[in-house]
Design a protein around this ligand. Structure first.
Ligand code: KG4
Ligand code: ZN
Length: 341
């Protein structure tokens, strides 16, 4: 029996992070390089797609070389090349897809196409144990907010998703209105620690019946904007930490309670969180506390903050499952900006 580890090179270029990583057996990170473009996009208050693609183009080859070097391996030592081919910005995705296809062709290696959202989920296997099923996964990123039911490995059912803004998008937009900077999530996370989460009673969109696992955050965002507008009209001083903490409270209460309801309903053994917003310190604390109170037998897992946000190790982690099932992509693979789960 071959006991050599399966080494996969993961590549990620779906939005504003250029990333390359080598992972052994989908769990052990041998190298993990992420070049963030945050500084380039910050003056515009959001990601500029053209700038993102150009930056991927100029950085990716060097990052791939460096990722191999850091892992102390050569291209010939790899078993597969994995690429996130969607969802994301089409121009940005294409840079990664073209690079991965060229490497796979030149090195005669299998190509594995990974859904970026599925990769966020498998970030939970990096550094250790396999996921215990059935599991419920809350994906909360800048572009997506979705609840998934994982009955067994490879069986992913979408329970619900956001109808408008993603959770991270709501953080970023509220931060922009408050002129806090970009990206807003980490800034709000920090500022909210100084505020009173009960200061303003912002609305929670619970949504009912068939939509009970769906989310909606645009009303909350509008309520924050209205609150500021009315305060300014009345010449009242706004306590920013209070507003920010109350906004975060409203958004996170909905994320936590819906995840709990799904875990209870589907008898989950594990609750997983993934995506950039899963790095939020209050979400982590709140989810832990509510699960301990309501479902103490359920295990909670989330990746370390640097593996919650976009990275290529999670691409290689997800690809390992496809590799084991012999599920490979053809060399005419295209970018799929609207790919869903
Ligand atoms: O997963 P990710 O890196 O990219 C996407 O796939 O979208 O997520 C980025 C999002 C941004 O909206 C950012 O503001 C948010 O994650 N984020 C956070 C925190 N860290 C990153 N939101 C709340 N609290 C944080 N600590
Ligand atoms: Zn992402």
């Amino acid at each position: 029996m071959n006991t050599e580890p399966v080494l996969i090179l993961g590549i990620e270029t779906s939005c504003d992070e250029t990333a390359a990583s080598v992972v052994a057996d989908g769990k052990q990170i041998l190298s993990n390089l992420v070049s963030s473009q945050v500084q380039l996009h910050a003056p515009f208050g959001g990601v500029v797609p053209e700038i993102a693609s150009r930056q991927h183009l100029s950085l990716l080859n060097t990052l791939v070389e460096q990722a191999l070097q850091d892992a102390c391996i050569e291209l010939a030592d790899l078993q597969a090349i994995a690429i996130s081919h969607g969802p994301g910005l089409v121009g940005a995705l294409l840079v990664g897809v073209a690079t991965a296809k060229a490497l796979a062709y030149a090195c005669r290696l299998p190509l594995v196409a990974v859904n970026h959202l599925e990769a966020h989920l498998y970030a939970n296997e990096l550094g250790g144990e396999a996921i215990v099923y059935p599991a419920v996964n809350l994906i909360v990123s800048g572009g997506h907010t979705q609840l998934l039911l994982l009955e067994k490995s490879g069986s992913i059912t979408s329970l619900g998703r956001t109808r408008d803004d993603a959770a991270g998008e709501a953080f970023d937009k509220v931060a922009r209105v408050l002129e806090l900077g970009y990206p807003g999530g980490p800034l709000i996370d920090k500022m909210a620690r100084e505020g009173n989460p009960a200061a303003v009673d912002f609305p929670r969109a619970w949504l009912k019946d068939d939509h009970r696992y769906d989310f909606s955050f645009s009303g909350l965002k509008t309520a924050v904007i209205n609150h500021l507008y009315h305060a300014r009209r009345k010449n009242e001083t706004v306590n920013l930490p209070d507003v920010v903490a109350s906004f975060q409270e409203a958004l996170i209460e909905v994320l936590v309670e819906k995840t709990l309801a799904a875990a209870l309903n589907f008898k989950a053994k594990t609750v997983l969180m993934s995506g950039g917003v899963a790095a939020n310190s209050y979400l982590r604390r709140r989810m832990k506390k509510r699960l301990a109170e309501a479902l103490p037998a359920v295990d909670l897992r989330y990746p370390p903050p640097e593996l919650c946000t976009d990275n290529a190790a999670m691409i290689a982690a997800a690809a390992y499952h496809h590799y084991q099932e012999g599920h490979f992509a053809p060399l005419d693979l295209n970018a799929r900006p609207g790919l869903s789960l």
